[in-house]
Structure formats: C-alpha cells, structure tokens
Design a protein around this ligand. Structure first.
Ligand code: SAH
Length: 364
C-alpha cells in the first residue's frame, strides 16, 4: 500500500512515534492484509496453564520475583495440569502452553512426563515457557514431545536488560540469545518478544528489538505493554520519577520517561503488533493479555492489526489469582469461558474463525 514503508530501523522508529489517525489506519490495514495473505484468517487458541508461581529470579518488573514475600506460592500437581489442559482442549485449544516462574522445584523429569502425558492423552501441541534452562533439560523436554518454547528477551538494550535484572551476571542477555539458538537447534519452534514501556526504554531500542526478531526469524513474537506492579522496585522507581518531575538520571544516564510512557500506551502496542507482522510475516503473533487488558472494549483490535493468536487462561481459579505478574492479570484470567466464547463469536462474525489445526509455523 502506498505510504506504508517499513524497511529500515528508522522507518520502524518513525512508525512507533506516529500519531496521525489516517496514516495509522493505513499501517493497520496493510498489516491486516499481510496477515490474511500469509497466515490466513484463523485464530489460533493457545490454552495457558500457569503451573508454578515460584521464582528464583529478581526481575524488577515482575510480581513473581523472589523478593515479593506478600505472594503465596504454588506449584500445580500433574493431575491438576492434565485436568486444566483437558478443559482447554475441550474449549478448542489445539495448543497447551505451560508457563511458570523459574522454579527449581519443577523437576525436569516431572515436566518431561507431564509433556509426554499431554501429548499422548490429548491431541495437542505443547509450548513451554519455563524460563532459562540448560541445554540437556531443553533436550529432555523436546524428546518428551514439546513442540515450541517461548523465551522473551524483554529488550535488546543490554544496559536496560542488566538494570531490569540486578544481581545477575552480565552475560545473562547473551545467554538468553544463545538459548534461543539452542532451542532452534533442538527443533523447537521458537518464540520471543519484549516488554513495551519499561522505564528507560526508547523507541529506538524497540526498533532494534524488531530488527533482531526479524533476523532471528522467530516463529512467534509477542510484545506486551509493561504494567507496573506495586510490589516491585520498578513500579516504585516509576512513582518516584513521576513525583520528581518526569525525569531521572538512572544508571544508564538520563532516561526519557516520555518515550517509555508512550510505549506503554495501547495504541503503541497495536503499532508494535502491526510492525511485527510486516517485518515477520510468517510469525504467529498473539494479542497479549496485557495489551487486551489495556484496550478494554477494543480488546479485539489487535486481530485487525496483524495478530492471529489468542492465549486464554485455563489456570485453575485458586492459582490464577496467585500468578500475579502484574495487577489486573488475574481478573483477565478470571473472566472465564463465557467471555471466551463471546470473544470467539464476535471474531467469527468478523471473518476470523477458530483454527482447527495445531497452528505450527508454516513457511511459505
Ligand atoms: N519465567 C518465564 C515466564 C515469565 S512470565 C520467563 O522468564 O520466561 C511471562 C512474561 O510476563 C514475561 O516474559 C514478561 O514479559 C511478562 N511480564 C512480567 N512482568 C510484567 C509486567 N509487570 N507487565 C507486563 N508484563 C510482564
């Protein structure tokens, strides 16, 4: 389409700061056209099961960080996971996503046997999102039948990454990047993504994220707006910056609070979805829960800006309230199957039926 050029990093950055409604409409409709042409009209349902909220990490943005002592911790049993997966499958999910904090108590063998049972008892693909793991563990899970793995880089800005993950060795970002390659080598379909709008993040760095994801030829890409969680250092930092006049000199020098605030807006989230689609046409791209939450009544919009994946939460209610990576997430999980079928009905009416296949990445 005339006017929608997304070639260089500068183009991407320009689109990320675009506010003109008619130019944005052109961007979204071009992303929608590419989505239709390349991955089709079907919506893939990935049933999310949050199997443990125990975490050894200290990510400054996340409510599951180990220092958050106000959170009651849980780890689901195998039978509970199987039962939740069965209800997800019954609701039309052909993929089950097992997600957790980085919980050393989730024994590799336990995960392997759970994956094996999911694959043999239900006709589903299995995606794991269990954080960084050593190569032999990833191989064990792949051999047990896991199809895909999600590991977000969160940002391509190394200094920002280091400040978001204090107390961890400097090599952590490189290790994550390396792990994405290991996953690929093991035959997983690989997903990654970034937070949008963490303090200190710039439009230029998000443009670099997109360039990196394109280079990695990811099978799945997710951008989720950062939602401050009050019991985390990052939210406290944000509050302090707000009250001191919107500017801070952090470890990384002056941070442009306005850019990161702009990146947290739901409109910018839609732009990131559209740009992901245009740069990585074959990737599966979710309408992330955080973005849908911020969009409120417009929660279906990502599906008309390039997205093709919905991840309904099938974590049992008593655990979903405790998988509180950011406030409001538990409410999104709680909305239950009534809302899901309402959602799906509205999408179907707009020409977007639920997919019946497993939703693997297809290469043109
Ligand atoms: N422990 C796993 C899974 C983490 S939870 C891992 O690290 O890979 C899944 C995602 O939630 C994270 O990758 C992060 O992008 C997102 N997340 C965490 N805290 C958030 C917050 N405050 N706002 C929005 N998204 C958040």
């Amino acid at each position: 389409m005339a006017g929608v050029v997304v070639r260089t990093r500068e183009d991407v950055e320009r689109w990320l700061r675009e506010t003109d409604p008619s130019r944005l409409a052109a961007l979204f409709s071009e992303a929608d056209r590419v989505r239709h042409a390349v991955v089709g009209d079907e919506i893939h349902l990935r049933g999310l099961i949050e199997i443990s909220n125990i975490c050894v990490r200290s990510c400054t943005y996340c409510g599951l960080r180990r220092q958050n002592s106000s959170l009651r911790r849980y780890r689901m049993k195998s039978e509970e996971i199987l039962a939740a997966a069965a209800s997800a499958a019954a609701a039309g999910c052909r993929t089950i996503v097992l997600q957790s904090g980085e919980d050393p108590g989730l024994r590799p063998d336990f995960v392997a046997s759970t994956v094996f049972r999911l694959k043999s008892e239900l006709d589903v693909a299995v995606t794991l999102s269990l954080g960084e793991q050593p190569c032999d563990v990833l191989r064990l899970w792949r051999d047990a039948g896991a199809d895909r793995y999600l590991l977000k880089l969160e940002t391509s800005d190394l200094a920002l990454f280091a400040s978001l993950h204090p107390g961890e060795p400097e090599v952590v970002w490189e290790r994550r990047l390396h792990t994405l390659g290991v996953l690929r080598g093991l035959g997983y379909q690989v997903g990654s993504g970034s937070l949008l709008g963490v303090p200190g993040q710039t439009l230029a760095s998000v443009a670099r994220d997109l360039e990196l994801f394109q280079m990695l030829d990811l099978d799945m890409i997710a951008f989720g707006p950062y939602v401050p969680h009050p019991d985390t250092p990052l939210a406290q930092q944000l509050r302090a910056e707000k009250s001191s006049g919107n500017r801070s000199i952090g470890e990384n020098g002056p941070c442009d609070i306005e850019e990161s605030e702009w990146l947290r807006q739901p409109l910018t989230g839609l732009i990131a979805v559209a740009l992901s689609r245009l740069l990585c046409p074959e990737a599966h791209i979710p309408a992330t829960t955080a973005l849908r939450m911020l969009l409120g009544d417009d929660a279906l919009r990502p599906f008309f800006c390039g997205a093709d994946v919905l991840m309904p939460d099938f974590t049992p209610a008593q655990y979903a309230v405790l998988y509180r990576i950011y406030p409001g997430k538990d409410r999104m999980a709680m909305q239950g199957e009534g809302l899901l079928s309402d959602y799906l009905e509205r999408l179907a009416l707009q020409g977007r039926p639920v997919a019946r296949d497993l939703g693997d990445r297809k290469r043109l």
